[in-house]
Design a binder for this molecule. Structure first.
Ligand SMILES: C[C@H]1O[C@H](OP(=O)(O)OP(=O)(O)OC[C@H]2O[C@@H](n3cnc4c(=O)[nH]c(N)nc43)[C@H](O)[C@@H]2O)[C@@H](O)[C@@H](O)C1=O
Length: 369
C-alpha cells in the first residue's frame, strides 16, 4: 500500500485554530537547537493530538518525519491536513506508513527502511474510561505494543533514541502530592496498569540493554485538537453548541475529580528536549496546579456568558468503576535538567478551546445551509 494511496483517501478537512500563546522559554542549549545534520524521526500515533503537534515541531526543526498509521476504514486525519496540503512537505519531509502496534514484522520493516534517529512512541488506547470496557485490547496495544517495539529496537543495527509517552495514571492513588519521578506506581485502572507495565519496561531496556529510552510521564494535556470524548473537549464543544442553540444539555460523570491540565504543544516540546539530552531519563510533565471538572465547566461556560449549572446533568454512564481523583505533577526535574516550563493557565486553555469550537460549529452550520 503506497503512501500516495494513503493520502488520496484522506478527505480535506480543516482542523482547529491554534491557541494564540507564546511557547514557554527554555534553556537555549536545548530548546533553540536546530539539527546540525538532518535527523529522521518515526512517530507512532502521528494522527493524534500529540502526534500532530510533534510532527509540526520536528518539521520546523528540519527533521524528516515518518509516521505509523493504523489501517482502518476511517481515513480522516484532519489534524495533519494543513501538512498534507503543503506540497513541499507531504512525501518530501513527511511520510506515512501503515502498521498496527501488534504488527511486529511491519514495524520492523519500517524501522529498517527509515533508520530513524529518534522514535517517539505515542500510540496506544488512550481513553481511561474505555479501558474498563476493553481491558484486554488496552493492554495489548499500550503494554505489549510497547514491549514489542522495544524488542525490535533492541535488535536493530542502528538503534534510535526512544521516547515513550507514559501517564500520570501510573500513580493511581499515590501516597504523595505532588508526584515526581520517585513516586511509587499504584495504578487503579486497566489503562494505568498497562502504562505502568510499559513505563517499567522502558526502564528495564534502558538499564539492562543500554537503550537510550525515556518516559515522559505526562499529566493531562489538552488543546483545540483534543479528541471529543475527553472531558475538556466534551465540555468546550457543549458550551459552544449550547450558546449557538445547537444543544440543550450536557451529560457528564464525576464532577468532583481534579486534574492537572496543561497545554499539549508544551508537552511535545518537552518530549523532544528529552531526546536531545546527554542521558536518557524519565521526566514528570505537569503544571503543578489542579482544577476540578466544575472549575473547568465554569471557565468554559463563562466564555459564552452562560451558567453551566443550568445545562449539566450527571449520568451514571460516564462514571468509572474506579477513578483517580486528584493527581498533581511536580515537573521540577524537567525544569532543572531541560529548562522546560509549561505555559498559560487552565482558564486560558478552556477559553481558547471554546473559541475554536465556536468557529468550527459556525463553519459547519454555514456549510449545511
Ligand atoms: C493523563 C491521562 O489523561 C487523560 O485521562 P483522563 O484523566 O481519564 O481524562 P478524561 O478527560 O477522560 O477524564 C478526566 C476526568 O473527568 C471525569 N469525567 C466526568 N465526566 C466525564 C465524561 O463525560 N467523559 C470523560 N471522558 N470524563 C469525564 C473522569 O471521570 C475523569 O475523572 C488521557 O489523556 C489519558 O490517556 C492519560 O494518560
Amino acid at each position: 500500500m503506497s503512501e500516495g494511496y494513503i493520502k488520496s483517501c484522506i478527505p480535506r478537512l480543516r482542523f482547529g485554530l491554534r491557541l494564540n500563546r507564546q511557547p514557554a522559554r527554555a534553556t537555549p542549549s536545548i530548546d533553540s537547537e536546530k539539527a546540525s545534520v538532518i535527523k529522521t524521526a518515526l512517530i507512532t500515533g502521528i494522527t493524534g493530538q500529540d502526534g500532530s503537534y510533534l510532527t509540526e515541531l520536528l518539521l520546523e526543526k528540519g527533521y524528516t518525519v515518518h509516521g505509523l498509521v493504523r489501517r482502518t476504514s476511517n481515513t480522516v486525519r484532519s489534524r495533519l491536513d494543513p501538512l498534507f496540503d503543503d506540497k513541499n512537505v507531504y512525501n518530501h519531509k513527511l511520510f506515512l506508513h501503515y502498521a498496527d502496534l501488534d504488527d511486529a514484522t511491519t514495524i520492523r520493516r519500517v524501522l529498517v527502511k527509515t533508520r530513524p534517529d529518534e522514535l517517539y512512541h505515542l500510540a496506544g488506547q488512550s481513553h481511561v474510561g474505555a479501558s474498563f470496557e476493553i481491558p484486554e485490547s488496552t493492554c495489548q496495544f499500550t503494554a505489549m505494543g510497547t514491549l514489542k517495539l522495544l524488542e525490535i529496537v533492541r535488535d536493530l543495527e542502528k538503534s534510535p533514541r526512544i521516547l515513550h509517552i507514559s501517564s500520570s495514571e501510573i500513580f493511581g492513588r499515590p501516597d504523595a502530592s505532588p508526584q515526581d519521578e520517585r513516586t511509587a506506581m499504584r495504578p487503579v485502572t486497566p489503562y494505568g496498569v498497562a502504562k505502568a507495565f510499559a513505563t517499567q519496561m522502558v526502564q528495564v531496556y534502558r538499564e539492562s540493554f543500554g537503550c537510550f529510552a525515556c518516559n515522559a510521564i505526562c499529566y493531562n494535556h489538552e488543546s483545540p485538537r483534543r479528541g471529543e470524548s475527553f472531558v475538556t473537549r466534551k465540555i468546550t464543544r457543549a458550551a459552544a453548541a449550547i450558546s449557538l442553540g445547537l444543544q440543550s444539555e450536557l451529560r457528564l460523570g464525576a464532577l468532583d475529580s481534579r486534574r492537572d491540565w496543561g497545554y499539549a504543544p508544551d508537552y511535545v516540546r518537552a518530549m523532544w528536549m528529552m531526546l536531545q539530552h546527554d542521558t536518557p531519563d524519565d521526566y514528570v510533565l505537569g503544571t503543578g496546579l489542579t482544577h476540578s471538572i466544575e472549575d473547568f465547566l465554569g471557565f468554559a461556560f463563562e466564555r459564552v456568558g452562560l451558567d453551566w449549572h443550568q445545562f449539566v446533568t450527571t449520568d451514571a454512564k460516564y462514571m468509572r468503576p474506579s477513578d483517580v481523583r486528584d493527581l498533581c505533577g511536580n515537573a521540577g526535574k524537567a525544569a532543572r535538567n531541560l529548562g522546560w516550563k509549561p505555559s498559560g493557565t487552565c482558564r486560558d486553555l478552556a477559553h481558547a478551546m471554546v473559541d475554536n469550537d465556536l468557529s468550527l460549529l459556525k463553519r459547519q452550520t454555514t456549510t449545511v445551509r
